[in-house]
Design a protein around this ligand. Structure first.
Ligand code: ATP
Length: 212
């Protein structure tokens, strides 16, 4: 059985940067599926701008009809802060014996040592890092060590082991950010072509990010 990609984030809102990275991972790493898992209450960010239900709805609209893309609401069904380690534990319970690949952008990967119980993550899943514009892979410190101890260039290893490897994967660089999209919408401008039309239509119709 092929690995499951686990793509968490605030997705406030989801955009083509997220979607294209996930799609390239799905294909290049030969994953069975990529699960998009919006967080309920993000530990690092404090606030979100759209509600969890709205962000989840935007994810569902974004991936509608795409084979291998799954919207997963497990963090919304859990109270309290959304810790990635808890999400991985719950996926491991649901899919024992299955390879899991936690997908993170390089910016998120650099913040990994600040995550709750981050040192347990590789016991449960692989970490697949997507290059993002302007971010470089660390070669020193705990993350540099992690890459030298557990890093692999071989995609096969993500299939033969169910957890424990770090794989850095270059994806098409789309310099789109949710922050910029929110600012643009709040300024009354149109986010078309930064995201699927269905997501853009829902944002404008429901006046999400429209400001006060
Ligand atoms: P913001 O702009 O508000 O900081 P974000 O898009 O960076 O938002 P998230 O929605 O939490 O934040 O990102 C989820 C994951 O997607 C993270 O791992 C992040 O690194 C990655 N990501 C975000 N934008 C891109 C992009 N343009 N290309 C590739 N990966 C991205």
């Amino acid at each position: 059985m092929r690995p499951i990609g686990v793509f968490g984030g605030t997705f406030d809102p989801i955009h083509y940067g997220h979607l294209r990275s996930a799609f390239e991972m799905l294909q290049a790493l030969d994953f069975e599926e990529v699960r998009f898992i919006p967080c309920n209450d993000p530990p690092h960010r404090g606030v979100t701008y759209a509600t969890a239900a709205q962000r989840f709805r935007l994810v569902e609209l974004a991936i509608d009809g795409q084979d291998g893309f799954v919207a997963d609401d497990r963090e919304l069904r859990r109270d309290g802060l959304s810790y990635t380690v808890d999400t991985l534990i719950s996926l491991r319970e649901e899919f024992p014996g299955r390879s899991l690949g936690l997908i993170v952008g390089m910016d998120a990967f650099l913040g990994l040592p600040g995550w709750h119980r981050w040192d347990e993550i590789l016991e449960i899943a692989h970490i697949v890092v997507a290059h993002r514009p302007g971010w470089k892979a660390p070669d020193i410190g705990v993350l540099g060590e992690m890459i030298s101890d557990y890093g692999t260039h071989r995609v096969r290893e993500l299939h033969t082991a169910i957890a424990g490897r770090v794989h850095i994967h270059a994806v098409t660089q789309l310099e789109i950010s949710s922050t910029e999209i929110r600012e643009l919408v709040a300024a009354g401008r149109d986010p078309r072509f930064l995201m699927p039309d269905a997501v853009r239509d829902e944002i404008l119709n429901m006046k999400i990010y429209a400001g006060d």
